[in-house]
Write a protein that binds this ligand. Structure first.
Ligand code: BEZ
Length: 211
């Protein structure tokens, strides 16, 4: 298992999922992606998480992000559990869940942290850009359900950087001013940021959210 770092090409794999066999890179196509693991099927926090992701499908679609979940449980288990998620979370699971029984993907992405749990995956999140590079990694313990509003927030930030040469300051929320990335020289600012900019320090230049 090689360590995955930001900027690396996301390792490709072929795996079985609730929506058929997935070749990860082919499945991503030209879209962004989120690959996230959960510890186990038929567990309470995971049930709420996957229900929440299903409800957020339109928000991911709007950002051209495909979402795929994973645990080391089998396909039959996933399919049975989906009925419970749909029933208890009042939704319809609308994204694939990978059945990683042989732990191939979990090991490729270092999702099993033996000092936390020897066999179950932790709550890993990988955001993959449309260039197939790893843009973000977050790891939560089994006992903490993820904040998917935060995930959408960081995807918005990542896409602003990718498409508009801005970064986002601490606690940034959609619609707030952004930071012009340091690699943009002053001579190019006016043409790149027609909404204007404010230079607080030469290295701290703010502009209204460009998109
Ligand atoms: C849960 O999803 O509720 C959970 C899973 C493993 C450990 C603790 C909680």
């Amino acid at each position: 298992m090689a360590t995955i770092r930001l900027g690396d090409k996301a390792p490709n794999f072929t795996a079985e999922s609730t929506e058929g066999t997935i070749n990860f890179h082919e499945w991503l196509g030209d879209s962004w992606g989120v690959l996230f693991s959960h510890p186990a099927d038929y567990t309470p926090v995971c049930t709420t998480e996957l229900g929440t992701v299903a409800k957020y499908k339109a928000a991911f679609d709007k950002r051209d992000v495909k979402v795929v979940a994973l645990s080391v449980d089998g396909l039959d288990s996933h399919k049975g559990w989906i009925q419970d998620i749909n029933e208890t979370q009042n939704t319809t699971v609308n994204f694939p869940i990978i059945a990683d029984e042989d732990r191939m993907v979990s090991e490729l992405y270092d999702m099993i942290h033996p000092n936390a749990d020897s066999s179950a995956t932790v709550r890993s999140v990988f955001v993959i850009g449309n260039d197939k590079k790893v843009k973000l990694m977050i790891t939560y313990p089994a006992s903490t359900g993820r904040n998917f509003d935060e995930l959408l927030r960081v995807i918005d930030s990542l896409q602003l950087t990718a498409y508009h040469k801005v970064a986002t300051p601490a606690n940034w929320q959609k619609g707030e001013d952004c930071v012009i990335v340091p690699s943009v020289d002053t001579a190019s600012i006016r043409s790149l940021f027609p909404k204007g900019y404010k230079e607080i320090k030469p290295y701290l230049r703010m502009t209204p959210q460009p998109n």
